[in-house]
Design a binder for this molecule. Structure first.
Ligand SMILES: CC(C)(COP(=O)(O)OP(=O)(O)OC[C@H]1O[C@@H](n2cnc3c(N)ncnc32)[C@H](O)[C@@H]1OP(=O)(O)O)[C@@H](O)C(=O)NCCC(=O)NCCS
Length: 165
């Protein structure tokens, strides 16, 4: 079994090379259907202390297999911008690992709340976030590029892992 780990890149724009950013762009398209140029991703205002978590193989660092990108909205709130795991690696607990890592780092940095947008038809994504204490707090009409509606979710950054199931 290949060893995988979530790694924090505090200075992501510089620390990840061009090929890694291109891979991020591909991953986002594969997992969400949304297309962003690698340069657009590179310019995201990710929080230095917790905003760029990248899943990679320990033997092959710098080739992203998953992303949890987030920014600081205000002193106590973080916003998750992108969260995904390569499709053949989903449902093995790697998303949960990322969330725990993110929650711990963000809490250490004074963040108590998290919010994000998710497609209204992405029930798996919503179930995942519910498990971590997030609730729907608003509808975002025609929020996505293809006209799809979004949902705004928000909740406290939990201190404990919820039970699976
Ligand atoms: C959302 C996402 C990031 C979660 O990542 P993941 O690695 O699949 O997450 P986990 O494996 O921790 O949890 C997913 C499910 O697998 C289950 N699971 C966790 N560990 C498991 C294991 N060892 N064996 C079997 N199932 C497991 C979890 O209980 C969870 O079940 P749920 O669907 O009832 O919530 C991922 O599915 C993804 O990239 N989706 C596409 C993009 C997306 O929708 N992003 C979020 C919205 S923007």
């Amino acid at each position: 079994m290949v060893e995988l780990a979530w790694r924090l890149y505090p200075d992501a724009a510089l620390a990840l090379d061009e090929a890694a950013w291109r891979r991020c762009s591909q991953l986002v398209e594969e997992c969400t259907g949304e297309y962003y140029e690698s340069e657009q991703l590179q310019r995201l205002p990710l929080a230095e202390e917790f905003g760029c978590l990248v899943l990679e193989s320990i033997r092959r660092p710098g080739r992203p297999l998953g992303l949890l990108f987030s920014m600081r909205l205000d002193e106590t709130t973080a916003r998750v911008l992108l969260f995904l795991v390569e499709s053949n690696l989903q449902n093995r607990g790697l998303g949960e690992q990322a969330w725990e890592e993110f929650a711990q780092l963000a809490r250490q940095d004074g963040v108590d709340w998290v919010q994000l947008e998710v497609r209204e038809d992405n029930l798996d994504g919503q179930r995942f976030y519910h498990r971590f204490g997030l609730e729907a707090v608003g509808c975002l009409e025609s929020y996505y590029g293809d006209g799809g509606d979004g949902m705004l979710m928000r909740g406290p950054l939990m201190k404990q892992t919820p039970q699976i199931g």
